[in-house]
Design a protein around this ligand. Structure first.
Ligand SMILES: [Zn+2]
Length: 422
C-alpha cells in the first residue's frame, strides 16, 4: 500500500505516458499512448471490484481525464462484494488427485470440507440430470449451452450438494454466477475435467471439496470526465475498469479504458458541439453494477447515446452491436467506420455495460474484439495487447461520437470531419 499509493501509482504511470509520446507518426503515437495506459492499469494487479487495485485504477483514470482537460467526478455505489478465501478440490478415492479449482463468483461456502461421490451430468441441463442420480453427490458438468447459474440451479434441484464445471476449451476458466446459487459451484480446466470424467467412467469416485467465500455489501466507483459542449446534449463513451480475480485484465478491460482515455484526449483537441462524457465503470464483471448505478442516476436522463468499449486490444476482428432494437449508435459507428476505412462487423452483443443503458432506454452499443483466448485468465497481459488495434478503436470511437446521428437537434461542429489523418 505504501509503495503503491494513489500518488506513486499515478506518477509512475505518467512517466510511462511521457515515454510513449515520442514516436513521430501521429497514428503510432495514438496507439502507443493508449498502450501505455494498458500497462499502467494492468500494473495495479487484478482490479477486483471494491478492492485497492480497482481504486488505484480509478485514481489513475481520474488523473488522466483531468490532464486531458475534463471536469472529473468520482462517485461510489454499493454492490455485492465477493471474495474467494479458500478453494480446494481433491479426488480421495480410488486414487489421490489434487486439482486446481476456482470458485465461481457468488458461490456460497461448503461450510467445512464436503466429501461426496462424483457424478457426471453432461452440460448440466435438466435432461442431463434425469439420466443420473445426483442426490447427495458433487455434479461434474461441462461448460456451455446455459449459464453457470443455471447449471448450479439444475444441479441443486437434482439434489446435488455442489457442482464442478469443467471448461469446454483448453485451460482454466474464471466465471461468475452473477448472484448466489443454492449450492457451492467451482470450475476446473478442461484437462482436469476430462481426467475426472475418465475416472468416473472406470468406477466410483469420491471427492473432497472446500469452498470458503465471502459475500458482503461494499463500495466500488465510477469515474466520469465531462467536456462541456455548446449544447446540453451529451454523448457518453464508457469502459469498465475492474477485472476478474486472478487476471491482470490487460485486454479485459484495461484496453477499453485506455482507448477511451486516448479518445478523450483527441476529442478535447477537436471538440464536437455537444457535451462529451468519458467514463470508467467499476464492478462490471460481477453484474454490470457501476454502469447500472450510472444508468439509474438522474444524470443519465441527459445522455443521448452511449458507446461501450470492452476488450478492444487483442484479435483482428472488430465488432459493433447491442441487444436491442435501437440501432442509432450502431449506425453511427458503422458510418464512422466507413469514413475511416476501418472494417467492423455488426453482431448482437450483450454481457457488458452498454446493456445497462439499453435497459434504461438510452441508445447504446459496444465495440468489441471477439478473438481473445486469454481473457479472464492470468495470461491476459499487456504484451498481448497490440497498439495498432487500440489505435483503430480510439479513432473509431472518437469519430462515432462526432456523428450528428447521435444527437438530434444540434448542428455538428466543423470538427466532425473524419479523424482519419490525425
Ligand atoms: Zn470485460
Amino acid at each position: 500500500m505504501r509503495v503503491r499509493g494513489p500518488c506513486g501509482f499515478a506518477a509512475a504511470a505518467l512517466l510511462a505516458v511521457g515515454a510513449a509520446a515520442a514516436p513521430a507518426a501521429p497514428a503510432e503515437e495514438v496507439g502507443a499512448r493508449a498502450w501505455s495506459h494498458v500497462v499502467a492499469l494492468a500494473a495495479a494487479g487484478p482490479r477486483v471490484a471494491g478492492g485497492a487495485a480497482e481504486r488505484r485504477a480509478v485514481e489513475y483514470v481520474a488523473a488522466q481525464l483531468r490532464l486531458a482537460g475534463y471536469h472529473v467526478r468520482v462517485t461510489d455505489f454499493p454492490f455485492p462484494y465477493f471474495e474467494t478465501r479458500q478453494v480446494a478440490l481433491e479426488v480421495t478415492s480410488p486414487v489421490r488427485v489434487r486439482l486446481s479449482p476456482r470458485a465461481l463468483a457468488y458461490s456460497p461456502s461448503t461450510g467445512g470440507v464436503l466429501v461426496a461421490p462424483l457424478v457426471v451430468a453432461g452440460r448440466g441441463l435438466p435432461e442431463d440430470f434425469q439420466e443420473v442420480d445426483a442426490t447427495g453427490k458433487v455434479a461434474l458438468v461441462e461448460r456451455g449451452s446455459i449459464t453457470f447459474l443455471q447449471k448450479a440451479e439444475n444441479a441443486a434441484r437434482a439434489g446435488a450438494r455442489a457442482v464442478v464445471v469443467y471448461n469446454h476449451e483448453p485451460g482454466p476458466v474464471v466465471g461468475t454466477l452473477t448472484r448466489p446459487s443454492e449450492i457451492p459451484a467451482v470450475t476446473v480446466s478442461r484437462e482436469e475435467g476430462q481426467r475426472l470424467r475418465e475416472l468416473v467412467r472406470r468406477g466410483p469416485v469420491l471427492v473432497s471439496l472446500l469452498v470458503d467465500t465471502l459475500l458482503e455489501t461494499r463500495a466500488s466507483w465510477n469515474v466520469v470526465g465531462e467536456l462541456p459542449g455548446r449544447s446540453a446534449a451529451r454523448v457518453l463513451l464508457g469502459a469498465h475498469v475492474d477485472s476478474v480475480e486472478g487476471s491482470p485484465g490487460a485486454n479485459d478491460n484495461a484496453s477499453g479504458v485506455a482507448a477511451a482515455l486516448e479518445a478523450a484526449r483527441i476529442l478535447r483537441l477537436r471538440p464536437p458541439a455537444w457535451t462529451v462524457e468519458v467514463a470508467a465503470f467499476g464492478a462490471e464483471e460481477g453484474g454490470l453494477f457501476g454502469s447500472s448505478a450510472y444508468a439509474r442516476s438522474p444524470r443519465a436522463r441527459g445522455v443521448s447515446a452511449m458507446l461501450n468499449l470492452d476488450m478492444v486490444g487483442v484479435g483482428e476482428r472488430l465488432r459493433v452491436g447491442n441487444t436491442g432494437a435501437d440501432q442509432r449508435v450502431v449506425v453511427a459507428v458503422l458510418r464512422a467506420a466507413r469514413e475511416l476505412d476501418i472494417s467492423v462487423e455488426e453482431r448482437r452483443m450483450g454481457s457488458s455495460d452498454h446493456v445497462s443503458f439499453e435497459r434504461a432506454g438510452i441508445p447504446a452499443a459496444m465495440l468489441h474484439r471477439p478473438d481473445d483466448p486469454h481473457y479472464h485468465s492470468p495470461g491476459d497481459t499487456p504484451d498481448r495487447v497490440r497498439p495498432e488495434l487500440l489505435e483503430a478503436v480510439v479513432r473509431l470511437a472518437a469519430q462515432s461520437l462526432l456523428g450528428p446521428v447521435l444527437v438530434t437537434g444540434v448542428a455538428p461542429s466543423p470538427a466532425s470531419r473524419p479523424l482519419g489523418r490525425l
